[in-house]
Design a binder for this molecule. Sequence first.
Ligand code: FMN
Ligand code: MN
Length: 381
Amino acid sequence: MAGSDLRGFLARLAALGELQRVDLEVDPELEIAAITDRHSKSPAGGKALLFCRVKGSSFQVATNLFGSYRRMALALGVEELGELTGRMQQLLRCPEDALPPVPVASAPCQEVVQQVPDLGLFPFLKSWPRDGGRFITLPLVFTRDPASGALNCGMYRVRIFDDSSVGVRWKRGSGGFDHFEKYASAGLKMPVAIAVGADPALALAASLPLPDPFDELSFAGFLRGEPVVMVRCLSSELSVPADAELVIEGYLEPGETRPEGRFGNHTGRYEEGEEVPVLRISCITHRSRMIYQATVVGPPPMEDCYLAKAGERLLVALSQSQCPEIVDITLPVEGIFHGCAIIAIRKTAPGQGAACWSRFGSAAGSKGESCWSWLTRPRGR
Ligand SMILES: Cc1cc2nc3c(=O)[nH]c(=O)nc-3n(C[C@H](O)[C@H](O)[C@H](O)COP(=O)(O)O)c2cc1C
Ligand SMILES: [Mn+2]
């Protein structure tokens, strides 16, 4: 897909009348979130929004880009999300169709290098009145397994602490947490890189617990039909998408944590948040005239619903590969994709539903993981 970075996507949205520019000055504290929330909850998900004048920052902010079925499909280069099931079936038949990332020596995401990290220049959002502060809500968090060298890319919310440190909230069981535990037990400081505003296929891949043998980058490469181009970080051995808008590089010191909450989440309630590791920033790079992509997390319908619905279409294919009698699956928006899946099977024998369910490892459900994890993570992980 040509022009499949964030700017290419914004241009496609604009051409289709799906992008609303907002030229009045808006405040990244509460105001952008309030406007975005109204759009998310208007018919057909309102419009994608580009805030051109943001109080206290020279950068533009884009929200609600994935905030409807149509825009989510456009983001992934399909006519409608249902096509993703067939794409996933194809990948399961031929895993070698996954497209590994390719390295490049210089990249747009490093056009501007901040010698002294200053997060205060960026228009990060505070979404809800009692949130503890500003958060990066669509981060691609890159970490490496210290033993195998494998790169993980996960979407874990990031709390801004001050101009040169942030908190990364990866939950137990996630890829990032896995790596973190390995560094921590070896007493080593851990490199982390956070990229914002890359190809939407990567945002989807980062938000799914992909089962082995698929990694996020090769999977995103498959979805977009061309490899993700990656560049080496300037201050660590990690690499990040070359066309990302913003990259924050840093290191976690072993043992250093800080509370990151409170955070208004998609249940419509505040969660108090957790003690999270503190990332000391070593370098910030960005594209010139960086566009900061954010989402507002809150009660549905919000953008994360459409990411989850895209994931659901992939999940159908994955679960059919384990249980061929499965006809379809829905993760109802009303259940916010956690703890509630409705599964239709082609039933030919009494007790088949229960047998099918136990094949997924229903024990995983009691750990409170998302339906996706229940259905796809290998047992015991
Ligand atoms: C908008 C959004 C926010 C998320 N926030 C978090 C988070 O703060 N912590 C977390 O562990 N997972 C969060 N997730 C879910 C993870 O992205 C998901 O579990 C994913 O599988 C993580 O990648 P991994 O399997 O490589 O760990 C979020 C997902 C979305 C779409
Ligand atoms: Mn992963």
